[in-house]
Write a protein that binds this ligand. Structure first.
Ligand code: ADP
Ligand code: MG
Length: 668
């Protein structure tokens, strides 16, 4: 017998208002309710002796009131002392009603639950849940008490009762849901250990990740069945770019380019993830792919996450492609109406074979004549939805997705199972390692003379800080304050600011002047994080690096070390630095390998930062937590493959439970 999921309104006592509250928790069916797992547990199954209390523990205690008085500390409170044979405990109430005070008198027995802390007068519980009793003590709970994530107006007791109703229907273990684990997680017997709970969560996480993997594989299979326009070699335009470039492709670039071009020759629409560390040279691969499409008079859209980056790509592509007779246009939100109209017209008529822009590219007014290839740069900044909106502009265009965020291989195997993956694992020759120093920001002035020397030699620098204006909440460096410091410390230097609140045209002009060497030092927020490429910049100073993720720091640092001159990065932390902060910055000092840094980041902070929207926004797992469960992935992949080939019915049941919304044609 299979568990048939029903709307929550089928449960006793659930009317429209309760259903709405449940809806806020993402619970609209009885299955959702079963999968809405407790965040933690309370143990109300045993009494803790007052002599055995420990600070921070959440526990159930019992005793007789021996004193009750009002105290006047910083804040008036009612302090009630209880006693058992082994010791004392204070109950503290900052808010209390008169009748409450009257009932809590010496001689009365109470049972309380709450978190113990060490107060000035010994152990205490602030605002415990309590119950007065006389005669026989109230019974103890027979299970650990689950604490669910909840929302305003929906209490724990109510949630527990609703889950209880579903569990009481009697649950067979043979239809794809591991009921035994669910039962344990919702109503753990009193002897359940943390290890038992983790094992049950793991059991469910494996199912959930397997279902996700199956979804990805299915999308891949569906895509493979669809045909699109093949783009075999047609002219020799790529060869001409190769001779014009002025550098030789690295071995890794050549390998990856071959993978991309071979995909384009097929009628199966390409969906390829191109990973490569900052500075590994992904852009030029994109250019070769666009050239291949152009050889067929078919269009390419290249989408970048920021205007600065879109502008930079546009200039590169124009330099590379227009000598080959390929027209490149530019489309961003901040263009003048006339420029925009012209770009739109060139795209619609098919005259412009390459359009480079921001998310402005997938807005409704943009219509391509023959879009055959979409390229998305720094894809972790975009949701899959945006990528698909762009894709929808063509008839199943080939898709190339580029990212400098190194994703550990274990994660790509499952999370990107719908994509082919190429990795550029080699930097262009002649790159000097970036020397990284970690200094207290109290030594900021010490580095001014060094910066001045460097600028005098004709090199350029970035100085990055987290805030635009000073903030009362955050003690972190701002562009506002720093610009004063730098102007005093580096008299005569050409310094300009770059931050997200400046109008786009101004940002573009600052970037252009920095690129041209007219600006020597760019004082910026993290807007320069992604992709910006100025090979003559050889110094990156970062304020408050302790507030940033390692992957972000790696991206920022990757703005230098792009030429053949030795580059430096200085991490100016706000002191005092925590131990964890020290460890993190040490990783930056010791390594320049994006994959290693990403793995450390995963270890130290969890995967949210790393995976961007894939993990955080659009792909929230209900139960699996990659920080905890990433090690399960190889097993998930094996199981998923095995189900696909031998037990398709089991695979179908898993999908029905975990991905009911996954219809056949969506999201290929
Ligand atoms: P990313 O992979 O971070 O996007 P880019 O594509 O911006 O890197 O490349 C960084 C810089 O290296 C650019 O100036 C680019 O022209 C240059 N470059 C790319 N490939 C090579 C190569 N094989 N040899 C030398 N320079 C290269
Ligand atoms: Mg790039």
């Amino acid at each position: 017998m299979a568990f048939s999921t029903l709307p929550v309104t089928s449960l006793k006592g659930v009317g429209p208002s309760l259903a709405e509250k449940l809806g806020k928790l993402g619970v609209s069916t009885t299955l959702d309710l079963l999968l809405h797992l407790p965040r933690r547990y309370q143990d109300r199954s045993r009494l803790v002796e007052l002599g055995a209390l420990t600070s921070e523990a959440e526990c159930l205690v019992e005793g007789e009131i021996v004193a009750a008085r009002i105290t006047f500390g910083r804040q008036r409170s009612l302090l009630v002392t209880i006693q058992d044979e082994t010791g004392f405990l204070n109950l503290r109430f900052f808010h209390f009603a008169r009748n409450q005070q009257q009932s809590l008198q010496p001689g009365v027995r109470v049972r309380c639950f709450g978190q113990v802390r060490l107060g000035r007068e010994g152990f205490e519980i602030v605002h415990p849940e309590y119950r007065i009793f006389s005669g026989a003590a109230p019974a103890l709970e027979h299970a650990l008490t689950p604490v669910y994530p909840t929302t305003k107006g929906l209490g724990q007791t109510r949630l527990r009762a609703l889950v209880g109703q579903v569990l009481d229907q009697g649950l067979p273990d043979d239809d794809g849901l591991p009921y035994q684990s669910l039962q344990t997680l919702h109503q753990p017997p009193t002897d359940t250990t943390a290890t038992d709970i983790a094992a049950c969560q793991e059991r469910l996480a494996i199912d959930e990740l397997t279902a996700y993997y199956l979804v990805m594989r299915r999308r891949q299979a569906l895509r493979a069945e669809l045909g699109t326009r093949a783009l075999p070699p047609a002219q020799q335009l790529g060869r001409r770019l190769l001779t014009n470039l002025g550098f030789q492709l690295t071995g890794a670039q050549r390998r990856v380019l071959k993978e991309v071009l071979e995909d384009l020759e097929k009628t199966e629409p390409m969906l390829r993830l191109l990973q490569g560390d900052v500075g590994s040279g992904k852009t030029v691969i994109a250019a070769f792919a666009a050239i291949r499409a152009s050889e067929h008079q078919a269009q390419t859209a290249l989408m970048a996450p920021t205007e600065i980056l879109a502008e930079q790509h546009y200039l590169n592509f124009r330099d590379w492609l227009s000598p080959l007779g390929i027209e490149v246009v530019h489309l961003t939100g901040s263009q003048s109406a006339a420029a925009r109209r012209e770009s739109l017209e060139a795209i619609a008529s098919g005259r412009a074979l390459v359009a480079v822009g921001t998310h402005a590219l997938f807005q409704q007014q943009v219509s391509f004549r023959t879009l055959a290839l979409t390229i998305v740069d720094e894809q972790h900044r975009f949701g899959v939805h945006q990528r698909m909106a762009l894709r929808a502009k063509g008839q199943l265009p080939h898709q190339l997705v580029m990212t400098a965020t190194p994703i550990p291989r274990t994660l790509t195997m499952a999370l990107y199972a719908d994509m082919a993956v190429s990795v550029i694992d080699e930097l262009p020759k002649g790159r000097q390692p970036i020397e990284t120093a970690v200094l207290s920001d109290q030594r900021r002035e010490d580095i001014f003379s060094r910066v001045a020397q460097l600028l005098e030699k004709g090199e350029q620098a970035y100085w990055v800080c987290p805030l635009i204006d000073d903030s009362e909440q955050l003690s972190a460096m701002s562009v506002e304050t720093l610009s004063g410091l730098l102007n005093d410390g580096l008299p005569g230097a050409q310094i300009a600011m770059l931050h997200g609140r400046m109008p786009s045209a101004e940002k573009a002009s600052v970037m252009a002047r920095f690129k041209a060497g007219e600006i020597q030092l760019l004082l910026a927020t993290t807007v320069v994080e992604v992709g910006v490429d100025v090979p003559n910049a050889t110094l990156m100073v970062i304020e408050n690096p302790e507030r940033m993720g390692l992957s972000q720091l790696h991206q920022l640092r990757g703005r230098v070390g792009r030429g053949s001159v030795r580059s430096h990065c200085i991490l100016l932390y706000g002191s005092p630095l925590s131990q964890a902060g020290k460890t993190r910055l040490q990783v930056m000092r010791d390594s320049q390998d994006g994959f290693y840094i990403a793995e450390k980041d995963l270890e130290l902070r969890g995967p949210g930062d790393l995976l961007g929207t894939r993990q955080t926004g659009e792909q929230q797992f209900r139960i699996a937590d990659l920080a905890v469960h990433a090690h399960l992935i190889p097993q998930v992949v094996t199981r998923g493959d095995q189900l696909l080939s031998n037990e398709p019915e089991v695979a179908a049941r898993l999908l029905k439970i975990w991905a009911p919304e996954e219809t056949t044609e969506s999201a290929v």
